[in-house]
Design a protein around this ligand. Structure first.
Ligand code: NDP
Length: 250
């Protein structure tokens, strides 16, 4: 099977949230490597700067750093961010909603209330606010793609996964609702992607006794991340994808 074309995303502008680390970092690098100008949104400026420098060193695309804590994102901040993307690039062709937090691993009856609100804010509300603010710009693109990041526990609930599981169910609901809304125009496609067990800090926090070397790296999932962001997935809308079963994945 041929790999994704080197210029798959040439001329496109793509936002990646949580672009400083883990899967988001690798997706941002991969999108830039395939020609996209990538907007790097994340919490830790130094991590974003490292990704920015790597992109600048390797290619001709123009990344942009946007340090932002999604725990504090509100309507005004999301609108200002969308205006900034319009000012900088004049277009937006894709969004990878990737940033997320794990929250606590405990029974709902013991779940700390503020931790619950934080997980829902970072994983659900922030994605809603950004999507809402960015939809007018995305609607101006020829074929824009929105990818929501899900999880196995966003498709089947499991004890101790608490707000994280509920937030991923909400993410799937947001994907399906929006996909149905945009289906008529066909200009935007909206899908969800479950990366499955992947070697990152979040996975290590959830499974501290696991050997990370036995897990696939984020890099091994990039064929699916590129497919969903690139023109090959045009017309694919409202679908749930799993990296573990995608051709070419480990
Ligand atoms: P990591 O914890 O490794 O990375 C998460 C990224 O999100 C980091 O760059 C982090 O920034 C950023 N982030 C977290 N909170 C905020 C915030 N409040 N504001 C802005 N940015 C924030 O996670 P993964 O790469 O493992 O996960 C990526 C996505 O994949 C998540 O949505 C996760 O739920 C999902 N997923 C992951 C799986 C896995 O096995 N790894 C399995 C199933 C789903 P910083 O580094 O600065 O803190």
């Amino acid at each position: 099977m041929n790999g994704p074309a080197a210029d798959l995303l040439a001329g496109r502008v793509v936002l990646v949230t949580g672009a400083g680390d883990g899967i988001g970092r690798v997706a941002a690098l991969s999108y830039a490597q395939h020609g996209a100008d990538v907007v790097l949104l994340g919490r830790t400026r130094s991590k974003l700067e490292a990704v920015f420098d790597a992109i600048k060193a390797n290619g001709k695309t123009q990344p942009l750093i946007v340090p932002a804590d999604l725990l504090h994102l509100d309507e005004a901040a999301a609108d200002a961010f969308a205006a900034g993307v319009r000012d900088e690039y004049g277009r937006l062709d894709g969004v990878l909603h990737n940033a997320g937090i794990l929250g606590r691993r405990t029974l709902l009856v013991h779940y700390p209330v503020q931790a619950w609100f934080d997980v829902m804010q970072a994983n659900v509300n922030a994605a809603f606010l950004l999507t809402r603010a960015l939809l007018p710009l995305l609607n101006e693109a020829d074929d824009a793609s929105i990818v929501f990041t899900s999880s196995g526990v966003g498709r089947r609930g499991r004890a101790y996964w608490g707000a994280y599981a509920v937030s991923k169910f909400a993410t799937e609901g947001m994907m399906e609702t929006l996909a149905d809304e945009v289906a008529q125009t066909g200009r935007i496609r909206v899908n969800s992607l479950n990366p499955g067990a992947t070697r990152t800090a979040m996975r290590a926090a959830a499974y501290p006794t696991e050997d990370p070397n036995e897990l696939p790296s984020p890099q091994q999932h990039m064929a699916l991340y590129l497919y969903l962001m690139g023109p090959d997935s045009k017309g694919v809308n409202g679908q749930r994808f799993d990296a573990a079963t995608w051709p070419g994945s480990p």
